[in-house]
Design a protein around this ligand. Sequence first.
Ligand SMILES: [Zn+2]
Length: 259
Amino acid sequence: MEKKERRTFLKQTAIGIAGIAAIPFAGKANESLSFNAGTENKLNVLCVGAHPGDPEFGCGGTLAKYSEAGHNVTILYLTRGEAGDPAKSFAESASLRTKEAEVACRALNAKPLFAGQIDGNTELNKVRNEEMTKLILAQKPDIVFTQWPVDSHIDHQVAGLLSLTAWVRSNQQFHLYYYEVNTGSETMGFEPTDYVDISNVREKKKAAMFAHQTQRPQETYDDFFKAMEEFRGLEAGVKAAEAFVHFKAKAGRATIVGL
Ligand SMILES: [Zn+2]
């Protein structure tokens, strides 16, 4: 499908997350929004995260649903998690965590990409913005998921803001959704606009999360993400959900149901 036609198509399905059964504003899942991709309407879904694991923990369920529905899913890691373990060299950690990311991507049927920044030392400046905008737009994304930038971790802030700039510079050509991680200790001030029911893909998401063996996945899941999935599920009226803040393009803003 040509880009222009696909945009029109996206606009028509853009209540909640385009292309899958999303739950806008805690309403019930609207099945009429769901579809399976044929060759005609495959979406390019890109998820940006600062470190290996952020995309999988933050929205692995949603990514699993997109790939199950036949869409192209790519995960772009800003760093390779170089600073993850003070007992290891950057090179050792990067190599281990790259392998873990590749295993996680296989579980989600996603393609891994690495942006080449360094964990704990990510940069937000003119050159990095240009580099990241190029990299994001080269994927021709219809939808980009990225980290909510109000976060205690500077790398998460940088990942979110670099993606925001790509969206602005592309003239808002793709849908931009923010995901949360470790709300309560990292993500702050996150008020979801959209929810995705992940009840039937929790095991697949777990396989992706637990691929990150160096990150104490059991503890991270038990202490944060299990509770978050269930709390967001309570808000959305389903068993488990992932929550997002959707930055609508201008064309979709001046509308309200029924008018
Ligand atoms: Zn992180």
